[in-house]
Design a protein around this ligand. Structure first.
Ligand SMILES: *Cc1c(COP(=O)(O)O)cnc(C)c1O
Length: 496
C-alpha cells in the first residue's frame, strides 16, 4: 500500500505526498505526518556503496510514493549538485573524539540549504502531478537565514517566483548583502520599515486576503510557502542522518547495527525531528541530544514534560535558535501520543490559548531516546575557544551550543556510543562572534575583513558564498512601509 499523509489533528482525510507538499499546512492548522514509518529497505553493506544522491533516493522514495523514480532522481540531481562546494555534500569530519556532520556546504553556508535546495523541485513537480498550471509564488518573511536559503533554492526554477520581505534594520549586514545580491529573474527582495513580526504579520495578511487570491487566480498565480513545517523540508533532512551513519560504517568506526548518538542545535525542532524519523525507520540511534541556547523551552520540556513559552525572549549569539515556539514539535507530540490526533489537538489548543501544555506520563515514556541540554552565551563561547585551542578546528556559534551540551552530557552520563555533532552553520557566517570567542582583539567591522582573519586562524578557504557577496552587485533596492506590502506584491505580479 502507498504511504499517505494526514494532519496531526485529524486522521481521516488522507492526501498524497505531493498534495501534502503543495498544501504546506493542513487546513485544520495541523502538520502533515506519514500514516506510518517506512523501514530502510537495504542492508548497510549495500547502503555503504552509495553516494549522497543515491542515498537520498533510497530514503525519499519510501516517503514520496506518488513521485516516479525519474521525477525523484531529477529533483535530487538538480538539488545536490555544484551548488555545494564539495561532492560529499555533507562531509563528516573527525576532530578529537567527536564527529562533526558539516551541513553548511551549500549556497548560504547553513543547514537550511540541505532541504531548501530540493523543495522547489519537489514543489514544481507536485504542481504538475496535480494538474496545477498556475505559476507558484513563494511569499516569505525572514529574519535572515531562511529567506536567503529559499531565494537560492528557488532562483530561476521554472514555474515559480519568490518574494522575500525582511526587516530593513533587523538582519545582520552579511544576511542583508546575501539577500540583496541574489541573482535570478524570478527573485524579489524587499526591505520593510518594521521588525520581523511586522514582516511576518504582513505576509500572513496577504496569504489570507481573499480579494487578492481572486486576482491572483485570474492572472494564473497561486501562493505557496517554503517554511519549515512543510513535510517537503523535513524529509530531505532524514538523508544526512543515514549518510553519516553509513560514513562511520564505511570508515570502520562502527560495526553493523552499532548505535550512535546525535547532538543537534535546535530551534524550530525540524532538524532533530528528522533524526527521530531516521531512528523510527530503523537507523541504529542511541540518544538524540537536543541542544538549546538560553531560550531553553525545549530543555525544560524534556526535564518536566511541560512546554511553556511564557518567558522572556533572549537574544543570543546563536540567533537561528532564538525561538520560543518550536513548530515542528507538534509532529513529535503526535507520534509520542501514540498517533492520537485528539490529544495533539487538545495540547496545541492549550498552547495557543495559554502558551503552555503538559504531556501525559505515557507520552513522557515515549520520549526516552531524547535528552535535553542547553548552553548559555558564556558556555557557547567557551566551547568555540576550547575546540579551537585543543584541535585548531573552528566551529560556529550554533554548533558550539551542541558541543557544550555534548560535553556536559558525557560528564554526567556513562555513554560510550560514538557521537555525531550536527554542525549547522559555517563559522564564516558568524565570524564576529567566533573571533571574539577565540579571543581576538580589535575585530574589524567589515565582514570581509573578519573573514580574512578567520581564514588565517582556521586555515579554511573563505567559502565562495562569502566571496560572492563581497564582489556581487546589489540587485534589490526596494524598501517599503509595512502597510504597502500587498501593493508591492501586486506590482511585481502586475495584477494592479
Ligand atoms: C535553523 C537553524 C537551526 C535550528 O534548526 P531547527 O530545525 O529550526 O531546529 C540551527 N542552526 C542554524 C545555523 C540554523 O540556521
Amino acid at each position: 500500500m502507498n504511504l499517505m499523509y494526514h494532519s496531526t489533528r485529524e486522521s481521516s482525510k488522507h492526501v498524497t505526498a505531493s498534495q501534502a507538499i503543495l498544501q504546506g499546512l493542513s487546513p485544520d492548522g495541523g502538520l502533515f505526518v506519514p500514516t506510518s514509518f517506512p523501514k530502510l529497505a537495504r542492508p548497510i553493506e549495500e547502503l555503504a556503496t552509495m553516494n549522497y544522491r543515491e542515498l537520498a533516493y533510497e530514503v525519499l522514495k519510501l516517503y514520496l510514493t506518488d513521485y516516479s523514480e525519474e521525477e525523484l532522481k531529477d529533483c535530487i540531481s538538480k538539488a545536490y549538485d555544484e551548488k555545494f562546494d564539495t561532492p560529499d555534500i555533507a562531509p563528516l569530519k573527525k576532530i578529537g573524539n567527536l564527529n562533526y556532520l558539516e551541513l553548511f556546504h551549500g549556497a548560504t553556508i547553513a543547514f537550511k540549504d540541505m532541504a531548501l535546495s530540493i523543495l522547489p523541485h519537489l514543489l514544481t513537480k507536485a504542481a504538475k502531478k496535480n494538474n496545477i498550471t498556475d505559476e507558484i509564488v513563494i511569499l516569505t518573511a525572514t529574519s535572515g537565514d531562511t529567506g536567503k536559503a529559499a531565494l537560492a533554492g528557488f532562483a530561476d526554477v521554472e514555474g515559480t517566483k519568490i518574494i522575500v520581505f525582511y526587516p530593513k534594520d533587523g538582519v545582520s549586514s552579511v544576511q542583508e548583502k546575501q539577500m540583496v545580491t541574489q541573482k535570478g529573474d524570478n527573485t524579489y527582495v524587499i526591505g520593510i520599515h518594521g521588525n520581523f513580526d511586522d514582516a511576518q504579520t504582513g505576509v500572513k495578511t496577504i496569504f489570507s486576503d481573499l480579494d487578492l487570491q481572486e486576482k491572483m487566480k485570474k492572472a494564473g498565480y497561486r501562493f505557496s510557502s517554503a517554511n519549515s513545517i512543510n513535510i517537503g523540508r523535513l524529509l530531505p533532512q532524514i538523508v544526512y542522518y543515514v549518510h553519516s551513519y553509513v560514513e562511520l560504517y564505511r570508515r570502520k568506526e562502527i560495526s553493523k547495527g552499532e548505535k550512535i548518538n546525535f547532538v543537534v542545535p535546535t530551534g524550530n525542532f525540524g532538524n532533530i525531528l528528522a533524526a527521530y524519523y531516521a531512528k523510527e525507520m530503523g537507523l541504529p540511534i542511541g540518544k538524540l541530544i537536543c541542544a538549546s541556547n538560553d531560550n531553553k523551552v525545549l530543555f525544560d520540556f524534556f526535564q518536566t514534560g511541560v512546554y511553556d513559552r511564557n518567558r522572556e525572549f533572549i537574544l543570543t549569539i546563536s540567533p537561528s535558535m532564538d525561538i520560543l515556539i518550536s513548530s515542528n514539535l507538534e509532529r513529535l507530540i503526535y507520534h509520542i501520543a501514540g498517533n492520537d490526533t485528539d490529544k495533539t489537538t487538545e495540547l496545541m489548543n492549550s498552547l495557543r490559548t495559554s502558551g503552555r501544555y503538559e504531556i501525559t506520563p505515557d507520552m513522557r515514556d515515549n520520549l526516552k531516546s531524547f535528552v535535553g541540554g542547553y548552553a548559555d552565551i558564556k558556555e557557547t563561547k567557551e566551547a568555540i575557544n576550547k575546540v579551537y585551542n585543543d584541535t585548531g578546528y573552528v566551529i560556529d556559534t550554533h554548533t558550539a551550543v551542541a558541543v557544550s551540551v555534548c560535553e556536559k552530557y558525557l560528564q554526567e552520563n556513562e555513554d560510550n556510543l560514538k557521537t555525531v555533532i550536527v554542525s549547522t552553520a559555517s563559522p564564516y557566517k558568524f565570524a564576529e562572534s567566533v573571533l571574539d570567542a577565540i579571543g581576538k582583539k580589535d575585530i574589524p567591522e567589515d565582514d570581509y575583513e573578519q573573514a580574512k582573519i578567520l581564514r588565517e586562524i582556521s586555515g579554511v578557504t573563505i567559502p565562495s558564498a562569502m566571496e560572492e557577496i563581497h564582489s556581487a552587485q546589489v540587485r534589490h533596492k526596494k524598501v517599503c512601509e509595512t502597510d504597502k506590502m500587498r501593493a508591492q506584491v501586486e506590482e511585481i505580479l502586475k495584477i494592479i
